[in-house]
Design a protein around this ligand. Structure first.
Ligand SMILES: Cc1cc2nc3c(=O)[nH]c(=O)nc-3n(C[C@H](O)[C@H](O)[C@H](O)COP(=O)(O)OP(=O)(O)OC[C@H]3O[C@@H](n4cnc5c(N)ncnc54)[C@H](O)[C@@H]3O)c2cc1C
Length: 496
C-alpha cells in the first residue's frame, strides 16, 4: 500500500437523500473526514431542484422518509414538496451534515490512481481533490431532458422546464402548452389549468393514473405519532406492505400473478371512466401497455382537467415549434404564450454515471456500461472500481419508495466497512465473479416481470435503457433485498 495520503477519507457527490444517507452511514462506520460536493446552491436534491406548483410525493410520507428519522409532522398523507425540502434540512442539521457540504461544485470526472490507492476528483472550477473512498449519489431523475424540437430556439414566449420553475410565474390569461404526460405533468397540469386562458396538453404516451387517497393528517394524529413513535411505525409498516404487494405482485411477478396487475389496470380505467365524460378523450388517455411498465401515478385532479372546454389533449406528434406556437403532424397549429416542458429526465445517456469515472486499468464506467451491459453488484459496486460506491446504479432501485433503496445500500455499506475494520483493510473491490453471478441472478428473475412477460413495447418507460433492457429495478421484494444487503458473502470482495 502507498504512503500517499488523500485529502479526504470520503467524497460523496450529491446532497439529496441518497448522499445524505450515505454520509450518515459513513459517520456510523467511524469515517468523519467527509466532503459532500453538490452542484446546486443548497441541499435536498430532487426536493430542492423541483418546486413547480402541485409538487408532492407519490408515496405516502410515512414511508417516503428514513425509517430511523420519522417525521410526525407531515401535514398530509402525501406531503407537498416544500415539506420534503424542510425534512431534508432537518436531517442534515440533526446528523451534522451541513458542515461537510460544498455547494455550487460540479464534479466533472474522477479517476482511480492505482499507484496512490485513492481517487482524484476533478471539479468544474478546474481544481481537484483526492479521496480514499468515492461515493456517487447523483440521482436517478436529476439530469433534465429537453427534446430538440425543430424551431424551439425561435419560440418568442417563455419556455419553462419543470426542473427550473420560475416561482410566482403567472399563467393568468395565457395560452399555455404542456409537453409531456408523465408523473410531473400529472401534478402540474391541474395547477396550470386553474389559471391559464387556454391549455393544450401534448401527449405522446398516456400514463396509468390511480385514485389518490390523500387527506390532511389531523393534529391529534401528529401528536400521537410524536408522543408514541411506535404508532407511526405501524402506519409505515401497513403502507409499505401495500406498496410492496403492488410492486412484487403487480410488476415483478407479473407472470405468476397477472390478475393482480390486471386489477390495478381496471382500477385506473374505472377512475378514468368516472372522471372523463368524453369517450374519445378517455380512449386517448388509456395506456396501450401493461400497468407497471412505467411508474404509475396517483391523482384525483388530472383526468378531470380534460372535461374543461379550455383544455385540449393533442396526441398528434409535434412537427415544429414556431415563434408563436406549435405545429402538430395532423396540421393543427396551436398558438401559445408559454411552453412548459414536462419532458422528464435522461437516465441512460447522460446519467449512469453522471460524470466520467475511470477505474483500474483505465476502465471507463459509462463506456463499459453502454458498450457492454449495465451492471453493478448488489446495485452498488463494480469490478475494477476499488473503493467506489455507486448509489444510482443499474438494478439498484428497490421497491417503490426511494428510501428502501438508500436504506438497503446503507446496510451494505455497514457490512462492507465492518468487514474492512475486522481485516484492518483500507481498500475493497468486488470480484468479477460475484458481479457476474449477481447480474445473472437479476436478469433471470426479471424474466417474470411485466417488463419481459407483459407488453411494454409502447410504454417509453425510463425503466428501460437505450438497448431496450429493464436495468433499473432490482427484481426482489424489499425484505429479501434488505436481508441480502445484511448478509452478502464478504468474500465477494477483495480487501487490502
Ligand atoms: C418531481 C419528482 C418527484 C419524485 N417523487 C418521488 C416519490 O414520491 N417517491 C419516490 O420514491 N421517489 C420520488 N422521486 C425520485 C427521487 O428522485 C428520489 O426519491 C430521491 O429524491 C433521490 O435521491 P438522490 O439523492 O438519489 O437523488 P437526487 O435527489 O436527484 O440528488 C442528486 C443530487 O446530485 C447532484 N448532482 C448530480 N450530478 C452532479 C455532479 N456532477 N456534481 C455535483 N452534484 C451533482 C444533483 O444536483 C442533486 O442535488 C421523485 C423525483 C422527482 C424528480
Amino acid at each position: 500500500m502507498s504512503d500517499a495520503i488523500p485529502d479526504h477519507e470520503a467524497i460523496v457527490v450529491g446532497a439529496g437523500f441518497g448522499g445524505m444517507g450515505a454520509a450518515i452511514e459513513l459517520k456510523r462506520q467511524g469515517i468523519h473526514d467527509i466532503v459532500i460536493l453538490e452542484r446546486e446552491d443548497d441541499l435536498g436534491g430532487t426536493w430542492h431542484v423541483n418546486h413547480y406548483p402541485g409538487l408532492a410525493v407519490d408515496i405516502a410520507s410515512v414511508t417516503y422518509s428514513y425509517s430511523f428519522e420519522p417525521n410526525p409532522r407531515w401535514s398530509r398523507l402525501f406531503a407537498p414538496g416544500g415539506e420534503l425540502k424542510a425534512y431534508a434540512q432537518h436531517v442534515a442539521g440533526k446528523y451534522d451534515l451541513v458542515r461537510h457540504m460544498r455547494f455550487n461544485v460540479v464534479v466533472e470526472r474522477a479517476e482511480w490512481r492505482e499507484d496512490a490507492g485513492f481517487w482524484t476528483v476533478h471539479t468544474g472550477d478546474g481544481s481537484c481533490l483526492t479521496t480514499r473512498y468515492l461515493l456517487t449519489a447523483t440521482g436517478f431523475l436529476s439530469q433534465p431532458y429537453t427534446p430538440d424540437f425543430p424551431g424551439i430556439d425561435t419560440f418568442a414566449g417563455q419556455i419553462i422546464h419543470t426542473t427550473s420553475w420560475p416561482d410566482g410565474h403567472d399563467f393568468a390569461g395565457q395560452r399555455v402548452a404542456v409537453i409531456g404526460t408523465g408523473a410531473t405533468a400529472v401534478q402540474v397540469i391541474p395547477e396550470i389549468a386553474k389559471l391559464a386562458r387556454h391549455l393544450t396538453v401534448f401527449q405522446r404516451t398516456p400514463i396509468w393514473v390511480v385514485p389518490k387517497v390523500d387527506f390532511a393528517i389531523p393534529g391529534v394524529v401528529q401528536r400521537l405519532f410524536a408522543s408514541i413513535p411506535f404508532t407511526q411505525k405501524i402506519a409505515r409498516a401497513i403502507n409499505t406492505s401495500l406498496l410492496e404487494m403492488l410492486m412484487v405482485f403487480g410488476v415483478l411477478h407479473y407472470r405468476q400473478a397477472r390478475p393482480g396487475n390486471q386489477l390495478a389496470a381496471l382500477l385506473s380505467k374505472a377512475h378514468l371512466r368516472a372522471q372523463v365524460r368524453d369517450r374519445t378523450t378517455r380512449k386517448k388517455l388509456t395506456p396501450p401497455y401493461d400497468f407497471g411498465c412505467k411508474r404509475p401515478t396517483f391523482s384525483n385532479q388530472y383526468f378531470r382537467v380534460f372535461n374543461n372546454s379550455d383544455v385540449d389533449l393533442q396526441t398528434s406528434s409535434i412537427v415544429r415549434v414556431e415563434p408563436d406556437g406549435i405545429v402538430a403532424a395532423d396540421g393543427t397549429e396551436v398558438k401559445i404564450d408559454t411552453l412548459v416542458l414536462a419532458t422528464g429526465f435522461n437516465l441512460w445517456d447522460v446519467n449512469f454515471p453522471a460524470f466520467q469515472i475511470t477505474g483500474r486499468d483505465g476502465r471507463d464506467l459509462g463506456k463499459w456500461w453502454r458498450t457492454g451491459r449495465f451492471q453493478a453488484y448488489e446495485g452498488i459496486t463494480i469490478p475494477k472500481f476499488p473503493n467506489f460506491l455507486s448509489l444510482n446504479s443499474p438494478y439498484s432501485y428497490s421497491g417503490l419508495s426511494y428510501f428502501t433503496t438508500i436504506e438497503g445500500q446503507m446496510r451494505h455499506m455497514a457490512r462492507l466497512f465492518g468487514e474492512m475494520r475486522i481485516r484492518g483493510a483500507e481498500r475493497f473491490e468486488v470480484t468479477e465473479q460475484a458481479n457476474e453471478d449477481f447480474l445473472n441472478r437479476v436478469t433471470t428473475r426479471l424474466d417474470d416481470s411485466v417488463f419481459y412477460a407483459g407488453d411494454c413495447s409502447r410504454s417509453r418507460s425510463y425503466y428501460f435503457n437505450q438497448h431496450g433492457e429493464a436495468t433499473l429495478l432490482r427484481p426482489q421484494s424489499t425484505l429479501s433485498t434488505l436481508r441480502e444487503m445484511d448478509s452478502f458473502p464478504v468474500d465477494d470482495y477483495r480487501y487490502a
